[in-house]
Structure formats: C-alpha cells, structure tokens
Design a protein around this ligand. Structure first.
Ligand SMILES: N[C@H](CCC[C@H](N)C(=O)O)C(=O)O
Length: 258
C-alpha cells in the first residue's frame, strides 16, 4: 500500500500526520507505526497523528507515540493537527476537535496555533518535584544545571524508577526570568529527550505558578525547539482556561510504500 503522509513540527516536536477520514490506516499495526516513526528505517518522528471524521466536532485526533502505542493527549501534536486541518480546508481559523482527553477549542493565525487544554484540578506537590496530568502525565522538577543535564539517563531513571511501567513524562526546569522558564523533557513512549513537549510545557507553567515561582498567568517557556506561551486562570486551587500557543509548521509531504 502507498501511504500519503505529511510531516509537521511544533517547536521541534515532530510528527507523521495522515488524513485518515477514509479510515484506511491500519491503526492496530503497532510495528508499522513504530517503523514510520523510526529515524533510520522510516520517515522519523516523535509520534504519528491521524485526522479522522467525528460526529460531534470538526475532526478527531488519534495520537501514537514513536513506540507505536496509542497514547494520551499530545499538545504539540494537537497544534500541528489544527494546522493540518486548516491546510486541508476542513476548518478555517477556529475549531473544536475531539481527542482522547475530550474536546479542544483552538484558533490558527498564519503558523501560530492557540490550543485550549483541559482543566487541571489535581496538582501533587512533593518535596523535590510536582506531578500533574495536563492530558498526559508529567513530573516537573527544578534543577541547577539544566544545560549540562543528561536528560535521557536522568529522565529514564525517574520514568521507570518512580512511575513504573505505565510511566510519566519527565520535565527538568530552570527559571530564566520572573515569568519564563527553560525546560527539557524526557518523553514517555519516545523514551528519549524531545525538543519540546506541549503537555509538558503546560504542566511546567501550572506547576511553577502553583509553587509561587511566578505570579503571572501568562508564562513563556523556552524549549530546545522554540518558545511556547501558556496562559491560564487559577480558580479554587485548580486551573482553567488553559491555552498553549506557538508555531506549528508543515515541513514536507511524501508517499511511502508500506
Ligand atoms: N509522550 C506523551 C504523549 C505526547 C506528549 C507530547 N508530545 C506533547 O506535545 O504533549 C505521553 O505518552 O504521555
């Protein structure tokens, strides 16, 4: 079968994106998805995203990590899929779409996508880190020397050591200004550092606000792949109206025999 695909990236978090409205893609073929994401034997990506029709919204997002397994919500992937839906003419400048964690509102202006994330009510503050779920599970930890940290090995230890087989994404953070933070993320399901993680960046912004590291409800996050902005409202201990904003770009399109 010849498969048409598009390559998108959102601040360096990159994805194979497929228009699956005809439902022809073999979603259960974990090996195929892992091969498509393989950076030597396939197209290469942190994940694979399907755009499908949806009865109650403009489209449905189905997300798979690079290991081929269907995963929880992907913030950068959601932003890229909004850009893809706009490119296909499925939407114009705003949309509501369905994902594994529910309905998401988003707007697109040129290459900038502003994605509404689901509300966060539970934030677990521990001595050395914060844990919360922003559509995917995230461990958030301030570190001294972020630049020289071996994110893969330190992230792996926590991902398996603290969180067992189901795991968590691991975010290492350094405060760079009163309303901005540098973040490096070890991503579950990629099992390596990625240049950016949208639900991770969202988790960092909320965790840093909860811990009183910033008083602003508009936080700028510097990732290895670019800058993302997170805005939110704090209401009775939880967070609502959470928006993840940043660039989402089509890199190329192609065909692959599979
Ligand atoms: N690897 C994550 C899903 C993708 C998250 C990330 N790519 C994002 O932008 O949110 C997990 O298994 O929880």
């Amino acid at each position: 079968m010849v498969l048409q695909f598009f390559k998108y990236q959102g601040t360096g978090n990159d994805f194979v994106v497929i228009d699956n409205r005809l439902e022809l893609f073999p979603k259960n073929d974990t090996k195929l998805i892992a091969k498509l994401c393989d950076r030597k034997f396939g197209v290469g990506a942190d994940g694979l995203i399907l755009l499908e029709d949806d009865a109650e919204s403009d489209f449905r997002m189905v997300y798979f990590n690079a290991d081929g397994g269907e995963s929880s919500m992907c913030g950068n992937g959601g932003r890229c899929l909004v850009a893809f839906a706009n490119y296909l003419g499925v939407i114009d400048k705003e949309t509501t779409f369905n994902a594994i964690d529910g309905l998401h509102y988003a707007t697109i202006e040129d290459d900038i996508v502003n994605l509404k994330m689901l509300n966060v009510s539970e934030i677990r503050e521990k001595l050395m880190y914060v844990f919360l779920d922003t559509g995917s599970p995230h461990h958030v930890q301030l570190v001294e020397n972020l630049k020289d940290l071996n994110v893969k090995s330190e992230g792996e230890k926590l991902r398996y050591g603290l969180y067992g087989e189901s795991g968590s994404n691991i975010n290492f953070v350094r405060q760079s200004d009163k309303d901005s933070f540098d973040v490096r993320t070890y991503e579950r399901g990629v099992e390596d550092e990625t240049l950016s993680c949208g639900t991770g960046v969202t988790a960092v912004a909320l965790a840093m606000h909860k811990q009183g590291k910033t008083a602003s409800n508009r936080v700028s996050i510097n990732t290895q792949g670019g800058v993302l902005t997170v805005e939110f409202l704090q209401q009775n201990g939880g967070y609502t109206d959470i928006f993840l904003k940043g660039p989402a770009k089509q890199v190329y399109k192609g065909e692959i025999e599979c």
